[in-house]
Design a protein around this ligand. Structure first.
Ligand code: TYM
Length: 334
């Protein structure tokens, strides 16, 4: 049976979006909106699994919407809304809490990373977060989910939950099994300070990431300070295996210039990393600086951003309510 294709993805409003979010997710969101029906959600309920200051959270939601628009999402093509405005997410999350297994959640590496050494003190929300993520996707019966590689395990859990629901309630094909869409080249943009860690909003040093709102000067400084290697750039990839920071810079350059890594290596091998860094700064400024300026401009008109969320909420809620009726019926809720 051929199902209608529908894209869903979410981004947490926890402060500055960065180059990892952009190359791993947002860029893909934009190209997909011309191919399929797309729903993009600012996942504020996910954000509060770790404490957020209420007034900052509100601003961060609007800033995430501004970032969506500045990178090229068009509210006339894609549905853009915030998660807490459609109550179906939490209702379905509860139902899926009863389908998902504790053993499955215990395997989630992101919980282990985020909860740190004292798991007893982590919120229950942080632990069951992947079930809410499954609810986000399944509420719309999404078929495709663009994400960075760090979300792969959560996506696999969503697939397991969809499968188990379909089996438990004897409704084969009720929930489509969602396909992850993970970029091939830079599925994981790494920290500029430590190439074994992903670039992340929660990393303490701002020098570890390029934020979408960074000025040209900041980009130049951060790339200049980024860890690389004291030896010249090698000719082949094999020699970069133990040099994750250097490989990360080359990967970013390759992705933004849309040249294969092999082509890039042909271009720069034998040169010092300072040569690559100058070129990388230039192309990043060309790509990121206009986005940052646009975000700042859009944030001057918060009413406009709220209006976009309101319209998106109506559209999302209509789909969600229709699907929820059928979900309640399958589960046997009156
Ligand atoms: P979040 O808010 O951490 O990140 C948003 C998107 O950016 C991608 N990403 C990266 N990609 C490459 N390299 C990086 N360093 C990097 N850092 C972040 C993430 O993979 C993600 O695609 N749980 C999700 C949000 C979510 C969601 C959903 C996603 C909630 N419900 C349903 C898809 C479908 C998260 O915390 O993403």
């Amino acid at each position: 049976m051929s199902k209608k294709k529908l894209v869903f993805s979410g981004v947490q409003p926890t402060g500055n979006l960065h180059l990892g979010n952009y190359l791993g997710a947002l860029k893909n969101f934009v190209s997909l909106q011309n191919e399929m029906e797309c729903i993009y959600c600012v996942v504020d309920l996910h954000a509060i699994t770790t404490f957020q200051k209420p007034d900052e959270l509100q601003n961060n939601v609007l800033e995430t919407v501004a970032s969506f628009l500045a990178t090229g999402l068009d509210p006339n093509k894609s549905i853009i809304f915030n998660q807490s405005s459609v109550s179906g997410h939490t209702e379905l999350a509860w139902i899926l809490n009863c389908v998902s297994r504790i053993g499955w959640l215990n395997r989630m590496t992101q919980f282990k990373d985020k909860a740190g050494s004292d798991k007893e003190k982590a919120s229950v929300g942080l632990y069951i977060y992947p079930n809410l993520m499954a609810a986000d996707i399944l509420l719309y019966k999404a078929t495709h989910v663009p994400v960075g590689a760090d979300q792969k395990q959560h996506l696999e859990l969503s697939r397991d939950i969809a499968q188990k629901f379909n089996n438990d309630f004897n409704c084969k094909d009720f929930f489509p099994i969602p396909e992850p869409l993970i970029p091939k080249n830079v599925s994981r943009v790494m920290s500029l300070r430590d190439g074994t860690k992903k670039m992340s909003k929660s990393e303490e040093s701002d020098f570890s990431r390029i934020n979408l709102k960074d000025s040209a000067d900041e980009i130049i400084k951060k790339i200049k300070k980024a860890k690389s290697d004291s030896e010249p750039i090698p000719e082949n990839l094999k020699n970069l295996e133990k040099k994750p920071e250097a490989l990360n810079l080359l990967n970013i350059y390759s992705e933004v210039t849309k040249k294969s890594l092999e082509t890039v290596l042909n271009e720069v091998s034998g040169k010092e990393y300072s040569f690559l860094k100058t070129k990388l700064s230039e192309i990043l400024i060309g790509e990121i600086e206009p986005i940052g300026k646009e975000i700042k401009k859009l944030l001057n008109n918060k009413d406009h951003l709220k209006q976009i969320l309101k319209k998106g909420r109506e559209k999302a809620n209509n789909i969600a309510e229709e699907n929820l009726k059928n979900i309640r019926e399958k589960v046997g809720l009156l």
